[in-house]
Design a protein around this ligand. Structure first.
Ligand SMILES: Cc1cc2nc3c(=O)[nH]c(=O)nc-3n(C[C@H](O)[C@H](O)[C@H](O)COP(=O)(O)OP(=O)(O)OC[C@H]3O[C@@H](n4cnc5c(N)ncnc54)[C@H](O)[C@@H]3O)c2cc1C
Length: 375
């Protein structure tokens, strides 16, 4: 049985960043990922806002480091605006700069030089005598002092330790995405489509990733799915209604795939014994826009630095300072969106009076007078 100081379970953006940081700090560590090619198939928009656009969060060292790591990914397509189509009735053209990354390549580059196992899933985690025993599907067994649970949402590690939690159905969305050839989609913009009929409680996207290929998807809250809404059918409907004509002559290039997105904010308990939950496993997604890559990676970096210092309370402290405030703001804006979906006639009036600058800030999850009131 191999013994390690730290084992990272799951090598998505959060786990790969954590493992890379552990390696840089010289901590004896191992990563375990159930997929044989981490990050593939891609179920993600792969969109990253420029660091300057979200300086209210990228001023923190964990986020700055996360953006350094994101820099290891090939940038596929730059955009300088986000076009928001509200039910075909209003268009908001918001100037927000960003880019699309090759997410799988970023993970591959982060893992270079780290000790990791691919294509094997953690099946059991036991905590006894202050040590974790970790067993895998392929029959491997390890012990470790620390675990970084970067296994997405819902966390298998949490379930295995008997501390799994249930999300309120308003606080989890399912995101479905398909890669498409989109010759009619502008290459300098991200397209968002919001409609009470086709995107209840969420939004649809077309995110160009170069060479007229795009990630096309929709995110829908679980409470709507429980009410009988099928996200795959919705995505097909959206492709059929072809908002703004951006999907004219479009062709699907793969399967529609889905994944949970935790949109209920940061978990209350982020650690358990010496387990640290990071990324989606800890709810580090901005609830207003569903963006989670930079914050997932920053939380992985903070976890690695806390283990290096042998002080996991440092993790909770830094998350509260560096990541949670921004996610809390996103959560309060999400309440406005919930209200808007349930009171569409009010939304129509509001759209005529909300200044573009305020809408831009809300979409980015930036603090405004509104977030202070909602707090
Ligand atoms: C459709 C969709 C579109 C999105 N678009 C964007 C976007 O454009 N920009 C953005 O910033 N965010 C986006 N997000 C959110 C973003 O993808 C996530 O927040 C981010 O991937 C979280 O990273 P993570 O490493 O915490 O979790 P994950 O990416 O879920 O990675 C978890 C990893 O753990 C592995 N794993 C799970 N269980 C085990 C186990 N038992 N043993 C071993 N390995 C295990 C999984 O295989 C996986 O590789 C999107 C999400 C979805 C669903």
């Amino acid at each position: 049985m191999t013994n390690k100081k730290a084992i990272v379970v799951g090598l998505g953006p959060a786990g790969a960043a954590a493992l890379r940081r552990l390696e840089e700090l010289g901590v004896d560590s191992l990563g375990i990922e159930r997929k044989s090619v981490p990050g593939k198939p891609v179920v993600c928009g792969e969109y990253i806002p420029e660091a300057d656009e979200i300086s209210f969060i990228t001023r923190y060292s964990s986020l700055r480091k996360a953006y350094n790591y994101i820099g290891l990914a090939p940038k596929l397509c730059r955009s300088n605006r986000i076009e928001v189509d509200i039910n075909g009735e209003y268009i908001l053209d918001l100037s927000i700069k960003g880019y699309t990354i090759d997410r799988a390549k970023m993970i591959e580059n982060l893992l270079e030089g780290t000790y990791h196992i691919l294509g094997d899933a953690v099946r059991k985690v036991i905590y006894e005598n202050n040590v974790f025993r970790i067993m895998t599907k392929e029959g491997r067994e390890f012990t470790a002092k620390y675990i970084i649970a970067a296994d997405g949402s819902p966390s298998f590690v949490a379930q295995s330790l008997g501390i799994g939690w249930l999300w309120n159905s308003y606080d989890v969305a399912i995101g479905v995405n398909v890669r498409m050839y989109t010759p009619s989609m502008p290459q300098d913009a991200i397209f968002m489509y919001i409609s009470p009929r086709y995107t209840p409680g969420g939004y649809a996207w077309i995110i160009p990733r170069g060479n007229y290929l795009s990630n096309v998807g929709v995110g829908i809250r679980l409470n709507y799915i429980q009410n009988g809404v099928n996200p795959v059918s919705l995505l097909k409907d959206i492709i059929r209604i072809n908002p703004r004509g951006y999907l004219t002559n479009a062709k699907t290039k793969g399967k529609i795939l889905g994944r949970w997105i935790p949109v209920g904010g940061v978990r209350n308990s982020l650690t358990y014994c010496n387990v640290i939950f990071v990324g989606d496993a800890a709810g580090m997604v901005n609830p207003i826009n569903g963006g989670g890559i930079p914050t997932a990676m920053a939380s992985g970096i903070i976890a690695a630095e806390a283990i290096y210092r042998e002080d996991i309370s440092l993790f909770e402290k830094r998350i509260k300072e560096e990541i949670k405030p921004a996610i809390d703001i996103g959560l309060s804006y999400r309440r406005i969106v919930d209200f808007a979906y349930n009171n569409w006639w009010v939304t129509k009036i509001m759209l005529n009076i909300v200044p573009k600058r305020l809408a831009t800030k809300i979409l980015k999850g930036e603090p405004t007078f509104l977030s202070s009131i909602l707090k």
